[in-house]
Design a protein around this ligand. Structure first.
Ligand code: ATP
Length: 364
């Protein structure tokens, strides 16, 4: 497997569209690196530049210590898996998986060994004689991944490979991909829109916006310590709630106030706010739906005017307003609440985040 390095990589298309700006990243051997970000932020372009399907406007791409900018895609020794399965309809599963090796004149016995091994890893050995039309979506996607595996590439590049599958198959394939990653010791660079895929598959997640990498970190770090309001809002589902608040000193303690609500912050948070000269200023309070609870101390209580109650089985989502601020809370299913009524919920003050109003950077 391989390590990759992108140094100041930029992409400007012929029409002047800047898709990627100054992208710097070292991808370690065996990493499962996820690229996430809103539509049009440059994820696919970044992946396609690594694959060699898109020219790099400026900057450097290194694979295992070799500069690869001008190397043809087929000579980069990378396998790409797309969201469309790209199988040959007239060939069997076996022949589809063997195809790329046949054109490279790999010996028949070697092809057979690799195809059967990959089929085994992907649990599709019983499908080798079938043609694509006789496969389910999930099975087709496994064959597409199988075709990538048999090539034994240095790294896998995957562009939303599960997005055409229904929710159940997606979950199954997600688990499969995780296993494949471990079994093959593969380096994988993976583009997705899906929060859950990003959080569960990634050893590291890169969050992009408008062609710029905002933060690259382990999923837990991104979730707990996002660099700014954008990353905080992008990671986690439902999204973090953001409420503009005033930072004040009351009863010799530091608190945040909004729409007749007052929440005292913990000592560490108070210190940061004082050190950052935020007293008397406005900041964004960030609190995740899962950090609003059914019970808690009176001084952490908030009154939520419930507008919509979504029952999800193992939990409920209450959507409503605190003052004028839209807020979502994720609570236990037996929590007494109703649309049109007020609910008392409690903010976990050890889990809040605060963001500068101007720079939107994380203050804590
Ligand atoms: P999505 O999640 O919707 O697939 P993305 O993050 O993968 O989006 P890209 O496909 O990398 O985004 O596109 C980044 C930007 O570059 C977009 O603004 C897009 O419109 C633009 N772009 C992509 N391909 C071209 C092209 N061939 N010519 C001009 N602009 C392009």
């Amino acid at each position: 497997m391989a390590s990759l390095s992108l140094v100041n990589v930029c992409k400007t298309f012929k029409n002047g569209q800047v898709a990627v700006k100054d992208f710097n990243l070292d991808i370690k051997d065996q990493e499962f690196l996820i690229l996430v970000g809103p539509s049009g932020c440059g994820k696919s372009t970044t992946l396609r530049m690594i694959a060699g399907l898109e020219e790099i406007s400026s900057g450097e791409l290194w694979i295992d210590g070799t500069l690869m900018n001008l190397t043809a895609p087929q000579k980069r020794d990378l396998s790409m898996v797309f969201q469309s399965y790209a199988l040959y309809p007239h060939l069997t599963v076996y022949e589809n998986m063997a195809f790329s090796l046949r054109v490279r004149n790999v010996m028949k016995t070697e092809i057979d060994k690799r195809v059967r091994n990959a089929a085994d890893v992907l649990c599709i050995s019983h499908l080798l004689d079938r043609k694509p039309h006789a496969l389910s979506g999930g099975q087709k996607q496994r064959v597409a991944i199988g075709s990538a595996i048999v090539r034994e590439p240095k790294a896998y590049l995957m562009d939303e490979p599960l997005s055409n599958l229904d929710a159940k198959l997606r979950t199954q394939m997600r688990v499969e991909l995780s296993k494949i990653h471990k079994e093959l010791g593969a380096t994988i660079i993976y583009v997705t829109h899906d929060q859950v895929e990003a959080m569960t598959l990634g050893t590291r997640i890169v969050v992009m916006n408008s062609g710029v990498m905002l933060q690259a970190a382990e999923p837990k770090v991104l979730y707990q310590n996002p660099i700014n309001k954008f990353v905080a809002g992008f990671i986690g589902s439902p999204s973090m709630n953001f409420i503009p608040v005033w930072v004040e000193r009351r009863e010799d303690r530091i608190c945040v106030e909004f729409s007749k609500n007052r929440l005292f912050v913990n000592e560490e948070c108070a210190k940061r706010l004082i050190d950052g000269d935020y007293l008397g200023r406005r900041v964004y309070l960030g609190i995740r739906p899962e950090d609003l609870h059914e019970t808690g101390p009176k001084e952490q209580e908030l009154k939520l005017n419930v507008e919509i109650k979504e029952v999800l089985g193992s939990e409920i989502l209450l959507h409503g307003k605190i003052g004028r601020n839209p807020v979502c809370a994720r609570l236990k299913p037996d929590f007494p609440s109703e649309a049109g009524k007020e609910a008392s919920i409690f903010a976990d003050m050890n889990r809040i985040l605060l963001f500068d109003m101007d720079t939107e950077e994380n203050i804590l």
